[in-house]
Design a protein around this ligand. Structure first.
Ligand code: SF4
Ligand code: MG
Length: 335
């Protein structure tokens, strides 16, 4: 299958002003980000809050301009497209946000919200054609056509997210970036929305980027998973590999938060559990930036940044010691 999107050496920093007379500080949000996505694939992007996930999602859509690097969409570099062309291109690349109610204009009806992208992107459609499309999309996401004249505040969080999804789908995109699409929802609703996204992916032949701080959320929807730590890729592998055989200590730490009813894994879990806070992206540790929280750290980890190595069948890991970190026997037996 085709490569839909290729990210090359992406870099993004923000300048932070702390006081009137102090020099601005550089917050390194993303560094050396390279990966690609195949058509029809679902790529999960995970990491704690503040690790650069949302910034990456927004850089892909050019909602934030990266400082360096390329975002190649079917070979065309989106970072170099003039604004007007990029706006048109956005019918192919859409986004769903974390807080559904906050991302919907409270003064517009559901129908107006969903139809909104069509006004600029498909001006040739008349009112009736727009309405017919809106109703069709509403049905696809599980909203009733008679809801078309209601306002966002009349909806629950889960239904509001369905409106957000309908708005993203109305332009018939190829790719949707889902930025923590269920984090703000009740746990009981989360599975419904995840299942809906999986169904829509099949129905519309979508490619998805699925951003979450929670590995158990991306687990069932992702073909591959990219793990970010302090703005860098630390591991990229197939979903099964990430769950069954994580290589990077940070991935192992994130996995300890995923509930598995297996007492044999408990001991290893305690060892790997995430300790301490994520360091400030303004003042990052030397060498491996995970070393301040890594129980496997050795002196080399402070001296040298681990390269992102290709191991096995196209998986990537950035750790000096990945080969030495053993899964204890009882954990293997229990797995
Ligand atoms: Fe831990 Fe060292 Fe690997 Fe970084 S390079 S994850 S500090 S073992
Ligand atoms: Mg975020």
């Amino acid at each position: 299958t085709n490569t839909l999107l290729e990210i090359r050496d992406l870099k993004k920093s923000f300048s932070i002003t702390t006081g009137l007379f102090s020099k601005p500080l550089e917050l390194k949000a993303l560094q050396d980000i390279s990966f690609s996505i195949r058509e029809g694939e679902t790529l999960g992007i995970v990491g704690e809050s503040g690790c650069g996930k949302s910034t990456l999602g927004r850089c892909i859509l050019q909602l934030i301009a990266p400082d360096e690097g390329q975002v190649l969409w079917l070979g065309q570099d989106l970072t170099r497209l003039p604004g007007e062309e990029m706006r048109r291109k956005r019918q192919d690349l859409q986004i769903i946000f974390q807080d559904p109610l906050a991302s919907l204009n409270p003064r517009m009806t559901v129908g107006e919200i969903i139809a909104d992208p069509l006004r600029t992107l498909r001006p040739e459609l008349n009112r009736e054609q727009r309405r017919a499309r809106v109703i069709k999309i509403m049905e696809s996401v599980g909203l009733l056509p008679e809801m078309i004249n209601r306002y966002p505040h009349e909806f629950s969080g889960g239904q509001a997210q369905r409106i957000g999804i309908a708005r993203a789908l109305i332009t018939e995109p190829k790719l949707i970036v889902c930025d923590e699409p269920v984090s703000a929802l009740d746990v009981s609703i989360q599975a419904q929305i995840l299942n809906l996204l999986a169904d829509l992916k099949d129905e519309f032949g979508l490619t998805l980027i699925f951003i979450s701080h929670n590995l158990s959320v991306v687990r069932h929807v992702s073909d591959r998973i990219l793990v970010l730590y302090l703005g860098r890729i630390v591991e990229l592998a197939a979903g099964d590999e990430i769950y069954e055989d994580p290589k990077h200590p940070y991935t192992r730490a994130l996995l300890t938060a995923v509930p598995i009813p297996d007492p044999k894994l408990a001991r290893q879990r305690n060892i790997d559990a995430l300790r301490g806070e994520i360091p400030s992206p303004i003042n990052q540790p030397s060498g491996c930036t995970f070393r301040t929280r890594c129980r496997y750290a050795k002196p080399i980890c402070a001296e040298k940044r681990p390269a992102l190595e290709t191991i096995g069948n196209a998986r990537l890991v950035a750790c000096h010691r990945w080969q030495e970190i053993e899964v204890p026997e009882e954990a293997v037996l229990g797995a």
